[in-house]
Design a protein around this ligand. Structure first.
Ligand SMILES: Cc1c2[nH]c(c1CCC(=O)O)Cc1[nH]c(c(CCC(=O)O)c1C)Cc1[nH]c(c(CCC(=O)O)c1C)Cc1[nH]c(c(C)c1CCC(=O)O)C2
Length: 339
């Protein structure tokens, strides 16, 4: 698989490319299945439909890898929390975890209950072309507990940060519990057939540097070491969004570092390029314009050439991007990077 080769820094005939959130609302074909399912979580829990939308961007856009269709929040859901996706607001937990007493509500064996995810993976792997990779994923423990504690998206993170500075042990207890679930969850995804895993730390930028390493990166590294120890042939992609200022201190047993769009690619290459393959990092809004897309793809190629690089956006594709422009991006990456 070209994609897996690229993750391990082996030579490839062109730079492989995929897009975060590539299975989603910008595709009319996704909206049709989404409507049929009714609720977003119903779609996540239906392996047949989840497999169908996973495969859409491979067929329609021509990306080199499929990413499992699911959501990072199915982990707290199966730990027993009450999750709904509300229109205009996004995910909401009606029963956030804020005290030692609340921790007792969390149910054991969550990874065993995520069977619909493993069933989805088996269907996708049967239908996906052999030369295309299937990416499994999880949220980083920090990003997951932010939702579990705040109960919803937040601009200030004041509830979770208050606990970090006043009751750090409570936060670590929850992080340890989530980390154990995530290790097993990734392991079961790999056993079901994913070829690569990515850890999304979407809210990495919420923390000052020492707290970031203490409350997030250390747990991500622990997960990576655990998976590497058992499955050395499975590449691990780390995507901590918004920590461009911390790159000097990044280390760990993983293969690919996902560069967000706010971090210049040349800087990431200088700091990490001799140790990790880099993924990224076009600003997703450039997809509104073909000229802006071409300018960026050319500039990133000049820096990375076709070496130690996987093309991607620097965060998820937005719902109102024209499908034609997404396809233009993928085709352009293939044609410009071909050797
Ligand atoms: C923070 C986060 C979440 N979910 C995810 C993250 C980390 C990645 C990131 O930083 O973007 C990860 C995710 N969510 C989804 C995927 C599927 C695979 C893919 O195509 O990338 C993946 C990898 C589907 C989804 N997850 C969600 C949608 C939209 C739901 C719909 O169809 O109505 C999709 C396609 C819902 C979701 N899920 C989440 C939010 C905040 C929302 C609502 C915001 C929004 O609407 O974009 C939590």
């Amino acid at each position: 698989m070209i994609f897996v080769d690229a993750c391990f820094n082996k030579p490839t005939p062109y730079t492989p490319v995929w897009m975060m959130r590539q299975a989603g609302r910008y595709l009319p074909e996704y909206m049709a299945v989404r409507q049929k399912a009714g609720d977003f979580l119903t779609l996540c829990k239906n392996p047949e439909m989840a497999a169908e939308v996973t495969l859409q961007p491979v067929d329609i856009i021509g990306v080199d890898a499929a990413i499992l269709f699911s959501d990072i929040l199915v982990v707290p859901l199966e730990m027993g929390m009450d999750l709904t996706f509300q229109k205009g607001e996004g995910p909401v937990f009606s029963d956030p975890i804020r005290t030692a007493e609340d921790l007792k509500r969390l149910q054991p064996n969550a990874a065993d209950r995520l069977t619909y995810v493993y069933d989805t993976i088996k269907i996708i792997r049967e239908r996906l072309a052999e030369d295309k990779a299937l990416i499994g994923f999880t949220g980083a423990p920090w990003t997951l507990i932010t939702y579990m504690i705040e109960g919803r998206g937040t601009k200030t993170y004041n509830i979770v940060k208050k606990l970090i500075y006043t009751q750090p042990e409570l936060v670590h207890t929850l992080l340890r519990e989530v980390t154990e679930v995530v290790k097993l969850y990734l392991e079961k995804q790999i056993e079901a057939g994913v070829n690569v895993v990515q850890i999304f730390d979407s809210w990495a930028a919420a923390l000052e540097k020492p707290k970031y390493f203490e409350f997030s990166w250390n747990y991500m590294k622990e997960i990576a070491s655990y998976i590497k120890g058992k499955y050395p042939h499975i590449p691990i992609i780390m995507f901590p969004k918004g920590i461009g200022a911390f790159l000097d201190d990044i280390d760990g047993d993983f293969d690919v570092f996902g560069v967000d769009w706010g971090t210049p690619m040349a800087l990431a290459k200088e700091k990490l390029g001799d140790r990790y393959v880099l993924q990224g990092n076009m600003e997703p809004c450039r997809l509104y314009s073909k000229e802006a897309t071409k300018e960026c793809v050319t500039a990133i190629y000049e820096i990375m050439q076709n070496q130690g690089h996987i093309f991607n956006l620097g965060h998820g594709i937005l719902p109102d991007v024209p499908v034609e422009n997404a396809k233009y991006f993928v085709d352009l990456v293939h044609s410009i990077t071909k050797q």
